[in-house]
Write a protein of this length. Sequence first.
Length: 374
Amino acid sequence: MRVFFYIIILIIFSGGAFAQTDTVLVKDFSNEWYFFDGNKQLPLVRKSDFKGNIVTLSIDKRDYEDALLSIQSSQEISLFVNGSLIDVFSDKIILDFQELGEEDDIVSLSIYSKTLNPYLLSTGAYRVINGNLDPLKDDVVVVNPRSSDAFFNFLISSLVVLGIFFAILMNRFPKVMSEYFRLSRAISPRELDENLLKSRPLVASNMFVYAFLSLVIAFNVLGLVNISGALPQMEIFHPSSFGQAILSWLQISVLVFGAIFLKLIVVGYFASLYSLQGFINSHFYNFTRLLLMIACFVLLLITFFQLGGFHLDAATYYNMYIAAIFSLTLLSVIIYLKLLSSAPFKNLHLFSYLCATELIPFVIILSLGINKSF
């Protein structure tokens, strides 16, 4: 699977070649938001302090003669300029600064929604540039360019770490990794007599694979939730700095790593309860192998779209997040088919075991993992 590693590196270093035009963030206005707390208008220092349903800010148009105003939200919002309603929209709107407020140099913007969520709102001044030109030409001062975005830097750094980790695994355990990524055996409905990996789930090679899997899943969850704006009430998914992003990644990885071992305990307990002890290691091995394949596929999608010059809206990344959760049903189906071919029990008996070990945990993940208010 060295090809997998080479693809990631190629995408990272060739991302700029996909687009001839790009946008540079000239100014992020989120630090200049105000909100109403009773009769007082207060600066919104932290999004968690927000109260009410309206955000306001003032902009001096003279500072952004060559820029465009971008306002984005995944919920429906109303935009007012100097007290006049301009538009009611969801998703994204692009406006020319010079067309706002007619002859006024300073304009007041108000963004309203009945249930306004500041985590799902972004406002900024952008300038469209040619991908081959220096954005500092024409005397444009870039206050906060996209390349210095903390979370974007985290994505690149974490991909480098994952690439190095993957290369080490491929070099140290080539046969183990080739077995984990053997798709034909993973999706086969019949249980095959493979190597001894399935009988030793806690050997060192498998432990390193679980650690890599935990980091990949944590990267996918943190990346998709942050980019899509989902789960805004959980600050662990919305770090405000590079250091916080790394810390959140590690914290989620530890939780996933613990969940993997909890899965082994659950499978072992119910396999013993249903007299399916011979299927414990096979079940757990197939679960981790399929989960690793799905997680790596999602990682490639994030890498391709984020670093390949494609600008997708937040809802698309949220749909990817939901699809990744629902892909866990594929694990249940394949494991059930393998169970049918290897266990001499009635279908109802086997289905009860599947409900206890796969379907009920899936429902729990589904209820915890979907932001119903998105």
